[in-house]
Write a protein that binds this ligand. Structure first.
Ligand code: NDP
Length: 234
């Protein structure tokens, strides 16, 4: 297996784990990074997903290096948690711009490669919060819920070309992002998690590996929860 893969936000956290798992099985993986150096052993393309021109350049670089994009893992995301009444417009907008519009920008750029090849895999990183809602996360939950509608619509647009589009909803995963969660909120989330522990980025990566594999050929428009049972039933 040696497909041309693009992972956004692949320089740390969940994205990096996905990139490493796919590279280990022989895929040609390009990861986006906004600043600094790419992670060791991986091909990096500099990219801010909120900037269409930056996305266009990054995808073009990945194409030159590895060929037309066959697999997209749209993972880049941010939080700006605050109760709605105290939330600045800018904090709402930047989360929507990154989590939703960033994914739209990247998908629009790589979709023509997959349509032309009549094969492709796209996975969008949503969140349990997008299904259940969460206090302090009106902006984040809205962006992550919107990703689901986006992915399912796109799945219907490109399905005839053997392109699948799926969504992963992680629960509480140990990364820089989840280190911002207050101890009280963390305890509360763990109390609602059937497995009573935080997940690892690798556990999310293994679910992504299935969704981008040939074995998942009849799975599209699906939401795969990787949350240890957080948000069960949603
Ligand atoms: P991290 O904060 O560890 O990493 C976020 C990644 O997104 C970084 O690589 C970051 O790049 C990148 N990124 C953010 N904004 C942009 C941008 N404008 N352009 C390009 N890249 C950007 O988060 P996680 O690994 O925890 O999260 C990955 C995804 O999983 C996110 O979409 C998140 O919402 C989702 N998720 C995470 C959960 C968790 O508990 N950790 C739970 C549910 C969902 P840079 O290094 O340059 O900042």
């Amino acid at each position: 297996m040696s497909r041309s893969v693009l992972v956004t936000g692949g320089n740390r956290g969940i994205g990096l784990a996905v990139a490493r798992v796919l590279a280990e099985q022989g895929d040609k993986v390009a990861v986006t990074h906004r600043t600094g150096d790419p992670p060791e052993g991986l091909f990096g393309v500099r990219c801010d997903v909120t900037d269409r021109e930056s996305v266009r350049r990054a995808v073009a670089e990945a194409r030159v290096q590895h060929g037309p994009i066959q697999v997209l893992v749209s993972n880049a995301g941010i939080t700006h948690d605050r109760l709605l009444v105290g939330m600045a417009d800018e904090n709402f907008r930047s989360v929507i711009e990154t989590n939703l519009m960033g994914a739209v920008n990247v998908a629009r750029e790589v979709a023509p490669d997959m349509i032309k090849a009549r094969w492709g895999r796209m996975v969008f990183m949503s969140s349990t919060s997008g299904l259940t809602g969460a206090p302090g996360q009106t902006n984040y939950a809205a962006s992550k819920a919107a990703l689901i509608g986006f992915a399912r619509s796109l799945a219907r647009e490109v399905g005839r070309r053997k392109i699948t589009v799926n969504v992963v909803t992680p629960g509480l995963i140990e990364t820089d992002m989840s280190r911002d969660v207050t101890p009280v909120r963390r305890e509360n989330l763990l109390g609602q998690t059937a497995l009573h522990r935080v997940g690892t980025p690798e556990e999310v990566a293994h679910a992504v590996r299935f969704l981008v594999s040939e074995e998942s050929s009849y799975v599209t428009g699906a939401i795969l929860p990787v949350g240890g049972g957080l948000g069960l039933g949603n």
